[in-house]
Design a binder for this molecule. Structure first.
Ligand code: SF4
Length: 418
């Protein structure tokens, strides 16, 4: 992991909902956006609270119409997370949102570019100490009518790169726009420049990081459904974050935004940019040696432990004795399967050998017990009590190594895949 790029820091929030800092030495935060209509107050509040519960640090809402900004005071009074108003086309929606008490404004240079209008928003935000995200989007940045002329004007800037003219356009637009903020001496700003092309996202943010010291909001826009959007997001955001670029992220899917939060957090955990707050689940992909219905078991374990455990236990669920002991060695709690049974380990010590249908309950019991002991200061996460060696044999199951060595292979039983 490279050192984080040094950026300015902005603050989003207030005393009531808490303040999320973005940039500088603040941890990388996770944002998402509601999918429903903001003017439907009850549904909007419910969605915001659900996303906050899922782990979102900041939630953005769309305010395309006056009725959306009119709903904001009530929404803000019923939620406990910093709220960003996403403004396009109508600068007055930004002024109304500031008046309503939102914690941040997002402006799109592609559709609000009148200098006086931008100045009016800047002044309103300064008055209330509210930051502004300048969010350039590939889809709305292109000056369609004179795209050819503009591209020509930018010459061969980045011409050797895929989407080079688009990168040049996005940066040129951003520089023009930031001149307005500089002239107003307003620097409570974050920047984003999203595209649906992950490689373009990597290139454009790399260029922006070299040109500006404002905190960067990373995202791949229109990334598609989670199945493919995950890959697009991880390729682009993971690459930038691993190089120290990026201060806050939004993973965006054509799907439930809670999944955006879940995956965004997991990415930050994997990159060591946030401290994990729940279980880290390790599971084998299964193969012809599988001894239980592992796919079902893993999903049950994931759901059950997500509700029950909020300390960062490493839990391994392994399909057989081949890699089971190795993973069990590194995990706080582990189960590996054999002949429709599960052998459960806690920090290297075998604590149970149960039938397949009892694995989930017994594993949960082991995790809750360890969590309780960690909270009481009687156990430490990551501690290992003993070295694990492959059990030989495990009751009737056995890795069978001694039997193989003795030439007694007839006695080795490996169950067929269910
Ligand atoms: S742990 Fe066993 S079942 Fe799972 S992938 Fe490895 S060898 Fe196959």
């Amino acid at each position: 992991m490279s050192h984080r790029a040094t950026t300015r820091q902005i603050s989003v929030g207030d005393d009531r909902v808490g303040v999320v800092r973005i940039g500088g030495d603040a941890p990388v935060s996770v944002q998402t956006m509601t999918a429903g209509y903001t003017y439907e107050i009850d549904a909007c509040v419910k969605e915001i609270n659900r996303l906050h519960d899922a782990g979102a640090d900041i939630v953005r809402v769309a305010v395309p119409e006056r009725k959306d900004t009119e709903a904001l005071p009530e929404i803000l009074s019923q939620t406990n997370v910093p709220i960003v108003a996403d403004v396009h086309f109508h600068y007055k929606r930004a002024l109304e949102s500031v008046e309503a008490g939102v914690h941040k404004i997002r402006l799109n240079p592609g559709n609000i570019n009148d200098r006086d209008q931008v100045n009016a928003v800047i002044d309103a935000c300064r008055e209330r100490s509210i930051p502004i995200r300048v969010g350039v989007n590939e889809g709305s940045i292109i000056e369609r009518r004179d795209k050819q002329a503009r591209a020509k004007e930018l010459g061969t800037f980045f011409a050797d790169r895929r989407g080079g003219h688009l990168i040049a356009l996005m940066i040129a637009k951003l520089e023009e726009y930031m001149d307005i903020f500089d002239a107003r001496d307003f620097h409570d700003v974050a920047i984003s420049a999203k595209s649906m092309d992950p490689l373009l996202v990597i290139d454009v943010y790399s260029e922006i990081a070299a040109r500006f010291d404002y905190p960067l909001h990373l995202g791949v826009t229109h990334a598609g459904p989670r199945e493919t959007g995950t890959i697009r997001s991880v390729v682009a955001l993971g690459s930038l974050l691993s190089r120290g670029i990026g201060d806050t992220i939004r993973v965006s899917y054509a799907s439930d935004p809670a999944l955006e939060v879940e995956d965004g957090l997991e990415m930050l955990y994997c990159l060591g940019l946030r401290n994990r707050t729940g279980v880290e689940l390790i599971a084998c992909p299964t193969c012809g040696r599988i001894q239980v219905d592992l796919f079902t078991l893993v999903q049950e374990v994931r759901k059950t432990l997500a509700d029950a455990i909020d300390v960062p236990l490493k839990v391994a669920v392994m399909g057989c004795v081949v890699n089971g002991p190795g993973e069990a060695e590194g995990a706080d709690v582990a189960v590996f399967a054999g002949d429709r049974r599960g052998i459960i380990y806690v920090q290297g010590e075998r604590v149970a050998n149960v039938k397949e249908e009892e694995i989930l309950d017994r594993l949960l019991e082991a995790c809750v017990d360890l969590q309780d002991r960690v909270r009481r200061g009687e156990a430490t996460i990551g501690h290992k009590n003993v070295e694990i060696v492959p059990p030989d044999p495990i009751g009737e199951l056995g890795s069978g190594i001694k039997k193989i060595q003795a030439g007694d292979v007839e006695q080795i039983t490996i169950s067929a895949k269910p």
